[in-house]
Design a protein around this ligand. Structure first.
Ligand code: FES
Length: 58
């Protein structure tokens, strides 16, 4: 499922970054991808996915 429609970034991509690179912050995601740089609607759902991924790694 796409989280960021503007840039075609999926939940799978975000989870991969979270699990494999330990990315747990939206700022880090935004340094690595263009997520949120157009309409910004994806920022909230992206944060939720990162939080969920962080909880699953506990
Ligand atoms: Fe991500 Fe528009 S959906 S910037």
């Amino acid at each position: 499922m796409y989280v960021c429609l503007c840039h075609g970034i999926s939940d799978k991509t975000l989870k991969k970054l979270a699990y494999e690179q330990g990315v747990d912050d939206i700022r880090e995601i935004r340094k690595l991808t263009p997520l949120g740089s157009q309409c910004g609607k994806c920022i909230r759902p992206a944060k939720e996915i990162l939080q969920e991924a962080a909880l699953n790694t506990l």
